[in-house]
Design a protein around this ligand. Structure first.
Ligand SMILES: [Zn+2]
Length: 390
């Protein structure tokens, strides 16, 4: 099992980093809310403001076989927001943001880097049929999807062919860099693929906009505005623009190979702000883990429990409970989640809470937890214990 070892910063190379998060359990959650052996550690770098996770011990086999991202992903997980009657999916929102930020001229040579099923590349080609699209990933698991819209000579698995160097006007990467253990090597590779003056367009999770990102074990990088700026600048990119508002819970970055840098950020102030936010985030999770210790949260022998919420907080409770076998069901108001299972445990509608359940663990963001519980039909039921993560 992995030990706590000092980890040099994967972005700026600084030797000194500080451990700010330790999952404590030997089982962690991956980004599909599946259980994964090993602990999650997060280290913060005071030089560039990066948050680095420990590497996956079995990364190669994980991405080749286990990480069938989106192949069986719930529709609901991909929902970005609901506006009136209209459901906006994550890929559609990404497309809107991209088209606001980039001009996609016919004939543009594009490489989607770490593209998995290439959902975004496919959407791009449908909307702009004259783009010269190319695909790359460190896996062969997605070839059947790629074959539907890109010829074989525009596909690369594991490594890119020599003739792709300097070929591209644009390299896109949607939620890939958080999985890459050596992001400096990867961004240098991206720079190599680009023509002089070519652009890179990256989306990565924003841990400060989505607290759950910190605890997922296959996110080995948690980029901040400062660390992403450092990464791009160091690889020879200029004209760097990083937007934390365009996509909730994500950073959208754009930069141009070889361009002059924009004004230098005020690193000292930026890093101080990152350190403060990172420490408060790690305290948030540590606090919740303590709330699940046996003396405070254990269901009495013979009793059964339910977990309200089947998202990251609900999954976190299940993995941290002293005895998860007491959990008979998850409750979730999302109709996409109902009828499915999480950790082989059924997900049902909150109204259907079985009468024999004695304890409900509240797996919701603590900011909304009390409000949601108070409107449940079973709230205040005699003998029913409600355990909040606080
Ligand atoms: Zn660093």
């Amino acid at each position: 099992m992995n030990e706590i070892i000092a980890k040099p910063c994967p972005v700026c190379g600084a030797e000194k980093t500080e451990l700010i998060y330790n999952s404590g359990t030997t089982i962690s959650l991956n980004s599909n809310y599946k259980l994964h052996p090993g602990r999650k550690f997060v280290y913060i770098c005071e030089t560039c403001g990066h948050l680095a996770g420990n590497d996956l011990e079995d990364a190669a086999s994980f991405y080749e076989s286990d990480y069938q991202f989106l192949l069986d992903k719930d529709e609901e997980d991909q929902l970005y927001e609901v506006v009136g009657e209209r459901r906006i999916y994550r890929a559609d929102h990404q497309m809107t943001v991209l088209e606001e930020k980039l001009v996609l001229e016919p004939g543009l040579a594009v490489l989607d880097y770490g593209c998995a099923k290439a959902v975004m590349a496919n959407k791009l080609v449908l909307a702009h049929p004259r783009l010269d699209m190319h695909l790359f990933d460190v896996s062969s698991a997605y070839k059947a999807f790629w074959d539907r819209f890109v010829a074989s000579d525009r596909q690369a698995m594991y490594e890119t062919p020599p003739e792709w160097q300097g070929r591209f006007d644009l390299v896109t990467s949607f939620f890939a860099f958080e999985h890459i253990s050596d992001p400096r090597k990867a961004i240098a590779h991206v720079a190599q693929m680009l023509k002089p003056g070519g652009q890179v367009y990256l989306i990565v999770p924003d841990v400060f906009g989505n607290a759950g990102d910190l605890i997922v074990v296959d996110h080995v990088n948690h980029f901040t505005k400062s660390s992403l700026t450092w990464l791009l600048k160091d690889a020879g990119f200029g004209d760097i623009d990083i937007d934390a508002d365009a996509h909730r819970g994500a950073l959208v970055a754009r930069a141009r190979k070889g361009a002059a840098p924009r004004m230098e950020p005020d690193w000292k102030t930026e890093i101080e702000a990152v350190l403060t936010k990172a420490h408060s985030l790690s305290a948030h999770w540590e606090h919740m883990r303590k709330a699940l210790q046996p003396d405070r949260a254990e269901a009495p022998v013979g009793q059964t429990a339910a977990i309200y919420g089947s998202g990251i907080y609900g999954a976190f409770i299940h993995t941290n409970l002293p005895d998860p076998s007491v959990v008979s069901c998850f409750l979730d108001q999302s109709q996409w989640r109902q009828g499915r299972t999480l950790f082989d445990t059924p997900i049902i509608a909150p109204d259907d809470l079985p009468a024999h359940v004695d304890t409900v663990y509240v797996g919701l963001n603590p900011k909304i937890a009390h409000g949601v519980m108070e409107v449940q039909p079973w709230f205040g039921r005699s003998g029913l214990r409600i355990v909040y993560l606080e």
